[in-house]
Design a protein around this ligand. Structure first.
Ligand SMILES: [Zn+2]
Length: 412
């Protein structure tokens, strides 16, 4: 059975590879990510897998099934972090998956399918502002033009891959075909407070919420804070304040919807000048696409009406949007049984955050298992899980893998 002490020790060991002294920051294709990858590849080999870095810098390990070359059950998560991150977001899923294979190998158990473990190199997208590079490459849906994207120092992804000793031209060959991957399953910390509130160590994910991101620019007129009378002003920051509250009000109108204005910049940004231009971002997420799309259109019409009354111009730029990624019912049913086998009440819940499964859905069905985290906190050094929860999570994942039934998807 998976060993929870080793899982937590390995999360600690990976956390020591950080560019931030005393904290954890590990971005795509950095010296720290190389050191972390070497550790992970070593653990994969120790667990009986063939392992190596693939062309986009993912740690890829394969544990053959009873017959060599059989289709695989893919497990994984990511190894990159946000800035000043916690040590479990991503890494716990990779390490728990390796631990499951370790347990199979210790019993010399071969399954009717191979098990592959992927430690994705870029999920958070901190360095290049591009998320899910690793899983999109494996799913064969990475647009190669993205390799020209540059980081803050002007280094392109293509150059960074070469400097890392990888061959960018081999990336298209990473894409798996439908049928080669029976399913993708990921264990991840919840990053929310639901499981903790209900006293449950793990939960079965139903869907990864879709999201819409937009940038709104309001243009009014800058002016002297002392001389322009209030009735003649076209103050964009006062208008933006109304817009922020409108987004919040719309987001609160449905329990399944969340909306955030996470960035707001006022120009020229001086104490004695009326702000002539404001830029702010909007992020809406929901487990239903119609709900999210409706929230976006209601927000935009409110913003236009607020701006219109103040004689302010609006410019809206859609940044990114992604539909809901549903977890497959046949996999959720098997994950439910894997959780129930640990004596835990089965709780199904959606994921508010994005995950690699969004990319892998292009080639296979996906499942996710959430592990309770303290206070629902993630993307923060305060991120914490208990040893007991790590144990239940890894055992449930092991149950899922060892009794995985691909049904008609696996040739007899
Ligand atoms: Zn994550």
């Amino acid at each position: 059975m998976p060993d929870p002490s080793r899982i937590l020790e390995r999360c600690d060991a990976l956390a020591r590879h950080s560019e931030l002294p005393g904290g954890l920051t590990r971005v795509f294709l950095s010296p720290e990510s190389r050191a972390a990858s070497e550790l992970v590849l070593g653990w994969m080999r120790e667990a009986g897998m063939q392992a190596g870095l693939d062309a986009i810098g993912n740690c890829a390990g394969r544990y053959e099934g009873a017959q060599r070359g059989a289709p695989c059950l893919m497990l994984g998560s990511h190894l990159d972090t946000v800035r000043d991150a916690g040590r479990y977001d991503g890494m716990l899923g990779v390490i728990s998956a390796i631990e499951c294979v370790h347990a199979l190998n210790a019993q010399k158990k071969r399954l009717p399918f191979a098990v592959e473990v992927l430690g994705f190199g870029d999920e958070e997208g901190v360095r290049f502002g591009t998320t899910l590079l690793g899983s999109r490459a494996v799913a064969g849906v990475l647009d190669m033009n993205i390799l020209e994207t540059r980081d803050a120092k002007g280094v392109s992804i293509r150059e960074a891959l070469r400097d890392f000793g990888l061959d960018p031209d081999a990336i298209p060959r990473l894409g798996r075909k439908r049928g080669q991957v029976l399913a993708y399953a990921e264990l991840h910390i919840e990053q929310g407070p639901v499981l903790e509130a209900e006293g449950l160590p793990v939960g079965v994910v139903t869907a990864i919420n879709g999201f819409s991101r937009l940038r709104v620019t309001l243009t009014g007129e800058a002016g002297h804070a002392g001389t322009v009378p209030m009735r003649l002003r076209r103050d964009t920051l006062a208008a933006a304040a109304e817009c922020v509250l409108a987004v919040e009000r719309i987001a609160k109108s449905d329990a399944e919807l969340v909306g955030t204005v996470g960035r707001l910049e006022a120009k020229p940004g001086a104490i004695n000048v009326i702000p002539g231009e404001v830029m702010f971002t909007i992020d809406f997420r929901a487990p239903r696409d119609d709900l999210r799309e409706d929230a976006v259109s209601r927000s935009l019409s409110e913003i236009r009406s607020i701006a219109g009354k103040r004689k302010i111009q609006t410019h809206v730029e859609p940044l990114q949007s992604f539909g809901v990624t549903e977890c497959a019912e046949w996999l959720m049913a098997q994950m439910d049984r894997a959780v129930a086998a640990e004596g835990v009440r089965v709780r199904r819940l959606p994921s508010g955050a994005g995950h690699d499964g969004m990319a892998l859905k292009a080639i296979t069905d996906i499942a996710m298992l959430f592990v309770r985290c303290k206070g629902g906190v993630s993307h923060n050094p305060a991120e914490a899980i208990t040893r007991d929860d790590a144990a239940i999570g890894a055992r449930a994942l092991y149950n899922f893998v060892s009794s995985f039934d691909a049904g008609r998807r696996l040739p007899a």
